[in-house]
Design a protein around this ligand. Structure first.
Ligand code: CU
Length: 473
């Protein structure tokens, strides 16, 4: 069956489930509170002096690359560019973003414990400011390696990724000066360091009835898992879309973003159309990314099968705590540095610059929302919708009658037809179960979106109109 034609059935499914979950009670008041007066002049003076550049002996300046590149360990190259671009926000306007390689978050680096990472950062000649890169997966001197790279130049460093886990990387500003602006405007990403001996199988505690008695019934899932990445941050913006340091200092969040967008993984306008016959009638009141015209910025949903091992790589890139919770699910296991931190917990807390790997098995078909269980965060953007299994009978029946259901049935989820948003899926590792398909979704430039299309991700803003035209024709 032609994938383009089969797409519409999954879209209808999304619409139905979105309505089932949220009804009409959802509101999204943005924080419009007053901005506290903050004394920023000392910081401005620091910036004017060129930043808080540390004074270190020259002996520390010898680059480690020459030794590590020929050490016999596997070398993974990670080439970034520091680029300022305007990108959209959920209010419909744009903001002055700063990016690694024209996307927010920056590209995800995935390596195996013990690999050598060879990072290069290039600042194009027409870029407006210097940038640096502080990679938390490294263990090396911040001076000079994480310092500012001049406009028109390339900086580099090498390190051994010794510790498994998820690690933030972020712009270090101009030698620390303006680091807050650069990071909170978009210059952040993650490194995933896979354990050398792979991930652990997952044990989920259940109960069973045995001879009329309730007994413990442990279930085990292979280490291989379907994987997602979610990065949390805040935007602090002036009305003109520039960075507002006063709001940052007073923790007055403008928007809470997940992988760069507030409410980036919720139903969109097509779902409205299929649900209500009106693209402008929202299923979910917080649908700021509805229009097909938004292309890669149009919101998308996340799909998983039930009774399968799902692994989330989560990083708190921001300034506020993340109380990570999935409405309707229990976090079966929380891991940091390949060491289990918790099992069977409802919520797990990440402070700023903290990460975790969460293993979950979705038990029942249905609709689940991953949230930062801080209500200010939820209402300003931190609600991410998952659809588990194939829970929508009317849609399934229609898909069956049209003969387009097989892809979804084969995958155990609607991702078998529509795919999952490519920016929510990390590069594959040794214990990765491949997603059946990916669609193009990111807070990124058209060049980055086009590269995703060339790599096989579906441009739904082209696919869906073609499907509708074919159905009407
Ligand atoms: Cu920067």
């Amino acid at each position: 069956m032609n994938r383009r034609y089969s797409t519409i059935m999954t879209v209808a499914a999304i619409a139905v489930m979105g309505g089932a979950l949220f009804g009409s009670s959802f509101t999204a008041p943005l924080n419009a509170g007053s901005t506290m007066e903050v004394e920023t002049s000392p910081l401005a003076k620091v910036a004017a002096m060129g930043g808080l550049e540390l004074m270190m002996p020259e002996a520390y300046a010898a680059g480690p690359c020459s030794d590590l590149l020929d050490s016999g360990r596997p070398v993974v190259n990670f080439d970034l560019t520091g680029v300022s671009v305007d990108l959209p926000t959920m209010t419909g306007s744009t903001y002055s973003a700063m990016t690694f390689s024209e996307q927010v978050p920056g590209p995800t680096l995935r390596v195996t414990q013990g690999d050598v990472v060879h990072m290069t950062l290039t600042i194009p000649g027409d870029e407006v400011t210097q940038h640096g890169n502080d990679m938390h997966a490294s263990q090396m001197s911040s001076k000079p390696y994480m310092g500012a790279v001049n406009i028109g130049e390339t900086g580099e460093y090498c390190f051994i990724a010794e510790v498994p886990g998820v690690f933030k990387y972020h712009c270090s500003g101009v030698n620390i000066a303006a680091m807050d602006q650069h990071v909170l405007s978009g210059m952040y990403g993650i490194t995933i360091v896979d354990p050398l001996d792979g991930y652990k199988r997952l044990m989920v505690e259940k109960t069973a009835l045995q001879g009329g008695e309730v007994v413990k019934d442990k279930k085990f899932y292979d280490a291989d898992a379907l994987e997602f990445q979610l990065q949390y941050n805040q935007l602090y913006l002036t009305d003109a879309g520039t960075y507002d340091m006063g709001k940052m200092m007073s923790h007055s969040t403008s928007q809470t973003v997940v992988n760069g967008q507030a409410f980036g993984y919720v139903p969109n306008g097509i779902h409205n159309l299929l649900m209500f016959g009106d693209a402008n009638k929202n299923i979910f009141l917080a649908q700021p990314w509805n229009s097909m015209d938004l292309k890669q910025y149009q919101s998308q949903l996340l799909f998983v099968p039930t009774d399968e091992h799902v692994r989330f790589f989560i990083e708190n890139q921001g300034n506020e705590p993340v109380y990570w919770h999935i409405v309707g699910e229990i976090l079966d296991r929380v891991t940091q540095a390949n060491r289990v931190q918790a099992q069977g917990t409802e919520t797990w807390l990440l402070g700023g610059s903290q990460n975790m790997i969460v293993d979950v098995v979705f038990d029942e078909p249905g609709i689940y929302a991953a949230v930062n269980h801080d209500y200010a965060a939820i209402y300003s953007g931190a609600a991410t919708i998952f659809v588990a299994g194939l829970p929508l009978d009317p849609v399934n029946e229609a898909a069956t009658s049209l003969g387009v259901v097989q892809g979804a049935v084969d995958a155990g989820s609607y991702a078998g037809v529509l795919g999952n948003p490519h920016d929510a899926v990390p590069p594959a590792g040794a214990n990765t179960i491949a997603h059946p398909a990916l669609n193009v979704h990111c807070l990124c430039t058209d060049d980055v979106a086009n590269a995703a299309i060339e790599n096989g991700a579906l441009p739904l803003w082209e696919v869906i109109p073609a499907v509708i035209a074919a159905a009407q024709g």
